[in-house]
Design a protein around this ligand. Structure first.
Ligand code: ATP
Ligand code: MG
Length: 582
């Protein structure tokens, strides 16, 4: 196939779009792949749509290879199935809800567990029908709080979602592993640098789950891995190793101290160390109590929540949100402090929280028998040797403290290092949350019903376009891996000579006849403009047909390495065919 740039629906831009924060967004807009229509809503122009379709093809081939069967659901869905599982409310503000002309409630599908479970229930009834894997490549809708970076986080986006249905846990484990292997093949074929990390299961429910993250400094996810073992996890899924419980008997009593001018942990630690208490304190000996408010889905009112954590750590809002999901979290406003005068800013202690019926959750490091310096619920006062399990009793533990590089790895081997990534895939062993909701059973060999167990597996197909671009570009433009590139060879006619144009046309036709996808720059533009566009568009091989043609040579440029090679005209087609593996 030959695509002629003289008629291609494409305008490249010289300027970066004003709202672009990351390279992929900047370059995909400048190179004319996508255009913004609304916040988190983008149209695909011809070159962009080709890349998207190429990615879809890779995903589809690997899903088919593990026995997945493709089906397609509407995006416009009735409320009832989502009400049955609670997700109509649990999804909170991220769900696009709408009404039809009769006033019936609908939603735009954010993911389709309910519909797949219902469909399997409708079609299959015997244990002999299982296992089954169904998938679709379909448009999803989520009213994201922060649509971002073009197609990286859209409100309308393309996802491959598949669902496995098995008779027992061993079957689910097999289906999960098959998906894991298929995902590895997909992301390898797409030429990505990625990691597989332990994940939390979020609004989906269920247990075992892993994420595939494309390594990128611009990614929104932070993951950690151990320096000495295979441990790797999204920070949201990191569990803090709890220290040993300590005895309560014979420990010093808690004492309240007047600690003037100690509004920060640093000033408090300095004060304590100067106070002659017979030991040295660090920020890690202080207990910081952070107040937030939470609201359960579907409820109007907020509830206060106290989080206790060592004073040398900050609360990580993403970890906190993940721990409290599906409830939403918000920081306190001035009015909340006014309404709750027992909250003495800077001096909040567990006592006032517990006396006033506020739920109090602590970091796992705040184990029974550990002693803390913390607020005494009175301005300029702190309490020393406040013992967990004696002087205060937390309601529960919570993973909300930041995870830091150098922290001990949760598996006890090595320490943690951190990096950032873009979530490109997520696999879950859901279990029976959805099949319980809809009573999806198969009749067993003994005529007894077997409750089906389910897995769900997503790939961010449209996000992948941006994730690949994030990893594969330079200052001149995009650099597509061959598997997804919008063409194999970008032929530049560099010269006004009729013979040059004719030569380029002939080579293009020969390439096309051999199955090579050609993008032919046959525009009436200067070579400079054409070269700049070729670099920007990012087809992996650039063929320059110019003055050398008279001497029987053309130039091949490798977009990624920048290497140029002169090749004899009569060898060029074979050369490019072998290069493009067609
Ligand atoms: P994120 O944490 O990035 O919001 P998620 O965990 O909500 O993603 P899943 O429900 O696991 O996403 O969806 C499966 C896949 O769909 C994700 O791994 C991601 O690649 C893709 N995806 C999710 N949300 C978006 C979005 N708003 N825009 C583009 N792709 C998305
Ligand atoms: Mg996810």
């Amino acid at each position: 196939m030959i695509t002629r740039m003289s008629s291609l629906f494409l305008r490249t831009l010289r300027e970066d779009p004003a709202d672009a924060e990351v390279p992929s967004h900047r370059l995909l807009v400048r190179a004319g792949y996508v255009r913004r229509v609304a916040p988190g809503g983008y149209s695909w122009l011809p070159l962009g749509l080709r890349v998207l379709r190429n990615i879809e093809t890779v995903v589809r081939e690997e899903m088919d290879a593990i026995g997945g069967q493709e089906i397609q659901f509407p995006a416009l869905l009735p409320k009832e199935p989502y009400e049955a599982t609670g997700r109509w409310t649990e999804y909170g503000a991220s769900l696009f809800r709408l009404k039809d002309r009769k006033g019936a409630d609908y939603l735009l599908g954010p993911t389709h567990e309910e519909l797949f479970a219902l469909t399997v229930k409708g079609e299959f009834s015997s244990y002999k029908d299982y296992p089954v894997v169904l998938y679709q490549i379909q448009t999803k809708y989520r009213d994201e709080a922060r649509p971002r970076a073009g197609i990286l986080r859209g409100r309308e986006f393309v996802m491959k979602d598949s669902y496995s249905f098995d008779l027992d846990d061993a079957g689910l484990e097999r289906s999960y592993q098959l998906h894991r292997e298929a995902y590895i093949k997909i992301f390898d074929r797409l030429g990505l640098d990625y990691v597989v990390v332990a994940a939390t299961s979020g609004a989906m429910g269920g247990s075992a789950s892993e994420e595939f993250l494309a390594v990128a400094p611009t990614g929104e996810d932070t993951y950690v891995r151990s320096t000495e073992s295979g441990y790797a996890a999204n920070v949201e899924a990191v569990t803090t190793p709890a220290p040993q419980e300590q005895p309560i008997e014979g420990r010093p009593d808690a004492q309240v101290h007047h600690t003037p001018n100690t509004p920060t942990i640093e000033t408090l630690v300095d004060f304590l160390n100067a106070a002659g208490l017979g030991r040295t304190f660090t920020a890690a000996d202080t207990l910081k109590n952070v107040l937030v408010k939470t609201r359960r889905p579907g409820e109007k009112s907020w509830e206060l929540l106290g989080i206790g954590l060592p004073g040398d750590r900050e609360v990580d809002m993403k970890r906190l949100e993940a721990s409290l999901e599906p409830a939403e979290v918000s920081l306190l406003e001035e009015a909340d402090f006014t309404a709750n005068p027992f909250l003495v800013k800077g001096y909040i202690g567990p006592e006032a929280l517990q006396d006033n019926g506020i739920r109090y959750l602590v970091d796992p490091r705040v184990a029974r028998g550990t002693a803390w310096v913390t607020g005494a619920d009175k301005a300029d006062h702190h309490v020393v040797d406040l013992l967990c399990g004696r002087d205060f009793t937390p309601d529960d533990m919570i993973e909300a403290a930041e995870v830091r590089e150098g922290d001990a790895s949760p598996d006890g081997k090595g320490t943690l290092v951190a990096a950032r990534g873009i979530e490109i895939g997520h696999i879950f062993q859901l279990g029976r949350k959805y099949t319980d909701a809809f009573e999806v059973d198969a009749l067993g060999a003994d005529s007894k019903p077997i409750r089906i167990t389910m897995g769900s597996y997503g790939v961010g197909v449209s996000r992948l376009v941006a994730a690949i671009a994030e990893q594969s570009h330079d200052e001149l433009g995009l650099v597509w891996p061959r598997a997804v590139a919008p063409a194999d060879v970008h032929v530049v006619i560099a010269g006004k000579d009729e013979a040059v144009a004719e030569g380029a046309e002939r080579i293009s036709a020969d390439l096309s006849a051999r199955g090579v996808r050609v993008l032919l720059d046959d525009r009436k533009a200067t070579p400079g403009v054409k070269f700049a566009d070729a670099e920007l568009i990012g087809v992996p091989t650039i063929l320059v047909v110019g003055r050398g043609l008279a001497k029987g040579v053309v130039e091949v440029k490798d977009r990624a390495s920048g290497d140029r090679t002169e090749i004899a005209v009569d060898e060029i087609v074979e050369h490019l065919v072998s290069l493009t593996d067609r």
